[in-house]
Design a protein. Structure first.
Length: 207
């Protein structure tokens, strides 16, 4: 009996070891593809291997929260409280979250980042696109006007969109550069929200 039990345990262990890792949850995978582009996510998935785990809410949820906040905004009554959305986070094996996308409404208006005191920190990389010269806790922020239909006058410039990508991946995954993910996130978020301004986000964003 003892020998049979030992064989059974060994067989069970081998069976468990042979099981493939669980596939990424389809909705989370789609959220990250929408945020960063399917091609970039495919490269990251191949580089991170079995440890690849995407996390993210549906794009409609992110849009709903951002649109609601923009429509509540009023000039002269801004309390500077902002929601922070993470449309995609990618886990890489045992190293936890290695890539995080962040979107939200900025506390800085366009006049500040383009011509005010903020011009010493913010670089103009294209007409209407401003990138900070140094990163913060969510990566290197990018600010751009985004007028949402149904909002108060001035919302697009006084409550602009701010996005960032925190990229801590190493090895093969690092070959997908931060600025590639940042540009894709900026373009995708503009499309998601239906920003009225015609802004071309370049691929060359970081020094």
């Amino acid at each position: 009996m003892a020998g049979a039990a030992g064989l059974l345990l060994a067989a069970t262990a081998c069976s468990s070891a042979a099981q493939p890792p669980p596939a990424p949850e389809p909705a989370a995978l789609r959220a990250c593809q929408d945020a960063f582009g399917a091609e970039s996510v495919d490269v990251l998935r191949a580089a991170l291997g079995d440890g690849f785990r995407p996390h993210g809410p549906a794009g409609a949820d992110v849009k709903g929260r951002l649109v609601a906040e923009a429509r509540e905004w009023r000039a002269g009554a801004d309390d500077l409280r902002r929601q922070v959305q993470h449309p995609c986070e990618i886990e890489g094996g045992g190293s936890g979250r290695v890539i995080t996308a962040t979107v939200g409404w900025s506390m800085y208006d366009i006049d500040h980042v383009s011509a005010g005191k903020g011009r010493f920190r913010w670089r103009t990389v294209a007409d209407g696109v401003y990138v900070a010269s140094r990163p913060d806790i969510w990566g290197t922020p990018l600010v751009m006007p985004c007028t949402v239909p149904g909002t108060a006058p001035g919302q697009g410039r006084e409550l602009p969109l701010e996005i960032a990508v925190l990229h801590k991946a190493t090895g093969e995954a690092a070959k997908v550069p931060e600025e590639r993910l940042l540009a894709a996130l900026a373009r995708g978020t503009r499309e998601l929200l239906g920003c009225r301004e015609q802004v071309d986000v370049p691929g060359d964003l970081l020094p």
